[in-house]
Ligand binder design. Structure first.
Ligand code: 4AD
Ligand code: MG
Length: 459
């Protein structure tokens, strides 16, 4: 069906005035009176709709075409609009109904709260809100690739099925073909009989394999789905989320912080440049000053605070936190939010965490107590990036693996990287949905993924 994308017509109306076009789409709004009908048509290529004007004396309007949700094909002439809210409209001379939409279509104006729409993941994508969110997600993803490709990083495809738990948090989804099998008396017997002959799971991070690639290509990034069986039901945790993980050889913690800063500014600027309509809509309905906030992120420096100082700030805050604040403990969401929302008011890198609250692979600092690790926290969301310099010393890494009771044989390849031409290297992981929450103002991670997966939720 040869037709013109609505985006093209709206972007350059002067090129279309007086021309005949065919447009296809779904009716988003309609006004139907005795003599005239007006359809707001959307084909998904743009957030704004295209107005179709139908003079019923001249054009036959098929039954059902003037109904919200119906899909139509319209032929007509593009003309200047007299309505000040739009530059252009189409005077129809032919309307074909492609798909009728009965009145029980659940996406009606009156009840479109985000909570309600979450029960309809297959239909909510047709609303303006999700038109904006998922176009931003797409543009953001393209900008992420562009940032790395323009700088000669290699895009590495790391495996989804793995045998190791990179983060060591035991939040792995197991992959098995056996199912319930009472004949196996021990986990070892069960695993030996299973598909891979050992225990396997969905990756929580592509980092370990990313490091392998970085030791050959110098600068690499991954961009793919990662999975965590986190037992928490929060607005920021998904069981399946997309992660971007650059890994850079010959880079220390300060180098990677600089890269992360430049990267975040670059991708946010891309969304500001490419998605003004979408941001304006989200600003109107979800987060006042959204565009100004993002503009400031691009223009201003990010803050940086030592974990030890952050703990002091929290202790002196006079706030009653639910979770204790003590040197050596992890920062909880409430602590992170206090730092970002109340103290810094902009993105902040918290650096040098105690080694015991972080993963095994992080480089031990000279103090012997902290690691060269940082989280990037942003107002309203909390952590969006986990980042560190990696332990590049073979003996120190062996010691940590032993101390943590991890199975040495699982890490032989990883240790080889430290044995054969080890170099200082660093990397980070950005959660795509977390930064999308920040950019779109969506308060729930479920509203940044088409089909969100979380504990007890699989629609
Ligand atoms: O801080 P994390 O656990 O770091 C890693 O996985 C490292 N291997 C990254 C690296 O150095 N290559 O996770 C990285 C980011 C978090 O900062 C957060 O943005 C996101 O992944 N993330 C989640 N997003 C949604 N739902 C979850 N359950 C998430 N867990 C982590
Ligand atoms: Mg983290």
């Amino acid at each position: 069906m040869k037709h013109t994308d609505i985006r093209q017509i709206l972007a350059k109306p002067e090129e279309y005035f007086g021309k005949r076009v065919v447009v296809c789409g779904w009716v988003r709004l309609c006004r139907d009176s005795k003599n005239m009908a007006f359809l707001s048509l959307n084909d998904g290529t743009s957030l704004p709709h295209l107005q179709i004007v139908i003079d019923k004396a001249k054009v036959a309007l098929p039954e059902g075409a003037a109904r919200v949700g119906s899909s139509v094909r319209v032929e007509g002439e593009v003309v200047k609009s007299l309505n000040k809210n739009q530059a252009v409209e189409v005077n129809a001379d032919g309307v074909v109904l492609l798909g009728d939409c009965p009145l029980d279509y659940p996406i009606q104006k009156a009840k479109t709260s985000l909570d309600y729409l979450r029960t309809l993941p297959h239909l909510r994508v047709r609303t303006n809100t999700f038109n904006a969110v998922f176009r931003i997600r797409s543009r953001l993803s393209a900008a992420i690739h562009r940032y790395f490709q323009e700088r000669d990083y290699i895009y590495a495809h790391t495996p989804i099925i793995t045998g190791s738990d990179c983060e060591g948090a035991g939040e792995i989804f197991h992959v098995t073909t056996l199912g319930y099998a009472p004949q196996y008396k021990t986990a070892e017997e069960y695993n030996a009989a299973d598909f891979f002959g050992c225990s396997a799971g969905l990756t929580v991070s592509g980092q370990l394999e990313g490091e392998v690639m970085a030791m050959a290509f110098g600068k690499i990034y991954t961009f793919g789905p990662t999975f965590r069986a986190e037992n928490s039901n929060t607005t920021r945790h998904a069981a399946e989320f997309w992660q971007i993980e650059p890994e850079v050889a010959f880079a220390d913690i300060d180098d990677i912080i600089e890269i992360a800063t430049e990267f975040i500014k670059y991708i946010i600027k891309a969304v500001l440049d490419e998605c003004p309509d979408e941001l304006a809509l989200l600003e109107r309905f979800y987060e006042p000053e959204l565009t100004a906030k993002l503009g400031k992120v691009v223009a201003d420096d990010f803050a940086r605070v030592d974990y030890t100082d952050a703990v002091e700030i929290l202790k002196k805050s006079g706030r009653q936190f639910v979770y204790p604040v003590e040197w050596g403990l992890a920062l909880q969401t409430e602590h992170e939010r206090y730092l970002t929302d109340e103290v810094f008011g902009r993105p902040v890198f918290v650096v040098n965490y105690p080694k015991d609250v972080k993963s095994f692979y992080m480089k031990l600092n000279a103090d012997g107590k902290t690691v060269a690790a940082t989280d990037l926290l942003v107002p309203g969301v909390g952590e969006i990036i986990g980042c560190s310099e990696r332990e590049a010393d073979y003996d120190k890494l062996v010691k940590v693996i032993r101390e943590r009771g991890m199975k040495m044989s699982d890490y032989e390849n990883y240790l080889d990287l430290r044995k054969f031409g080890s170099v200082p290297h660093s990397g980070f992981g950005l959660g795509l949905e977390r930064i999308l929450m920040y950019i779109t103002g969506m308060g729930n991670i479920r509203d940044t993924i088409v089909f969100p997966r979380a504990k007890g939720e699989l629609r």
